[in-house]
Design a protein around this ligand. Structure first.
Ligand SMILES: Cc1ncc(COP(=O)(O)O)c(C=O)c1O
Length: 391
């Protein structure tokens, strides 16, 4: 007889990304849904990994990550954001940003704690909070309107959501899926909200190097008071076109890092060895990340211009490699149903923005928007555009 399982995540099924990617294969659709590049990383980086393997970096790495890599991350963060994290005690290499998120939340959140998450949100935050025994409190961003054709953060709603139980606030800018970024006055608002509280800020900055139109990335690390109680999470996945390598890191003050490492130690212990000396060497050259915004801006502009000849209305993307497109001129369907139809009937796979809401079927989660990933070769983008223009 099968044993009885009391699921810890009874309502969680296969993610929409997997479902849509499977549907894309079934219908031989062009997949501009899931967020990964369809081109290769810099061959120099691949050669460095190869060389590291030949040099014997094939056994367990240090638990907290290769010191040389932590050193380089520390230097880069100090140069870009002005905050000097100690590589020995404040920087930890993790299995992608995903492990940083899970490990941090497991380390800091417990039963009865509330964690505020801005909606729409990246899909791993809420399950992590629930596995830790905490309660996710979702605060919606203001959806785009005719007057403000962008998602916006409503800091007052965040303020109103805070209770004596609030333990953490999760933010993610540049934001997946909306493509919006932070401004300096957003950091002012955040600073005033968490000042003199016991609330940690988890800032997922996986897209820190992809911001457009001359914007700068306002990292939490640029503010001393915020950084004192913040965990900043980033990843090499998006920066170096290596989503399959699963190498990320988290930056946090020593008292928080020591708790994070306790969980990391028994969660994965350490992270893939040969990637670490390779990344440490590669990232010494700031051009490897400082050119990324221009690289993706070209793709964003190309795709946005291409949509002008379609019935989709693109929203301006300020950062990340995603843009949102409004399809209200084409259909009144819900986002999930429209996205499915787009794959099965028109051969283009996108992600419904409603999938980033707690309840994708609710009217409040549906704004006739789909997310398009433009981290693709020009030929892929053109092929997708050609199909989208036929609608
Ligand atoms: C906002 C955000 N955070 C974290 C991740 C996960 O990053 P990694 O692949 O390094 O685990 C992603 C990947 O799509 C993301 O979009």
């Amino acid at each position: 007889m099968p044993i009885t399982i009391r699921s810890k995540l009874p309502d969680i099924g296969t993610t929409i990304f997997t479902i849509m990617s499977k549907l894309a294969i079934e219908h031989q659709a062009i997949n501009v849904g899931q967020g990964f590049p369809d081109f290769d990383p810099n061959p120099k980086l691949v050669e460095l990994v190869h060389a590291a393997m030949q040099d014997g970096h094939n056994q367990y790495a240090f638990m907290a990550g290769l010191p040389a890599l932590r050193e380089e991350i520390g230097k880069k963060t100090a140069a870009l954001y002005g905050h000097r994290y100690n590589p020995d005690t404040e920087i930890t290499i993790t299995n992608g940003a995903t492990e940083s998120i899970m490990t941090t939340i497991l380390a800091l959140v417990g039963r009865g704690d509330e964690v505020i998450v801005l909606e729409p949100f990246y899909d791993s935050y809420v399950p992590a909070i629930r596995l830790a025994g905490g309660t996710p409190i979702t605060v919606p961003m203001t959806p785009p309107s005719l007057l403000h054709p962008q998602y916006r953060i409503d800091w007052q709603r965040i303020r109103d959501a805070i209770t004596a139980k609030t333990r953490m606030l999760v933010i993610n800018f540049p934001n997946n899926p909306t493509g919006i970024t932070l401004e300096s006055d957003d950091l002012d608002a955040l600073e005033s909200i968490v000042a003199n509280t016991n609330i940690a800020v988890l800032s997922d900055e996986a897209y820190e190097h992809i911001v457009f139109d001359g914007r700068i990335h306002y990292s939490i690390a640029t503010r001393k008071k915020l950084a004192a109680n913040a965990i900043i999470i980033s990843s090499f996945a998006k920066t170096y076109h290596v989503t399959g390598w699963k190498i990320g890191y988290c930056l946090a003050p020593a008292n928080i890092t020591s708790e994070i490492r306790k969980v990391h130690q028994f969660n994965v212990f350490s992270v893939s060895s040969p990637m670490q000396p390779a990344l440490a060497q590669f990232m010494k050259d700031p051009n490897t990340y400082s050119q990324l915004s221009a690289f993706y801006q070209k793709k964003r502009d190309h795709f946005t211009a291409g949509l002008a000849h379609s019935r989709f209305k693109p929203l301006a993307s300020q950062g990340t490699f995603f843009l949102l497109a409004d399809y209200s001129e084409i259909s009144d369907e819900t986002e999930v149903s429209f996205a499915r139809k787009l794959t099965s009937e028109y051969g283009v796979t996108v992600i419904p923005v409603a999938a980033f809401y707690g309840n994708p079927d609710a009217p409040e989660s549906n704004h006739h928007l789909v997310r398009i990933c433009f981290a693709k070769k020009e030929s892929t983008l053109d092929a997708a555009l050609e199909r989208l223009r036929r609608i």
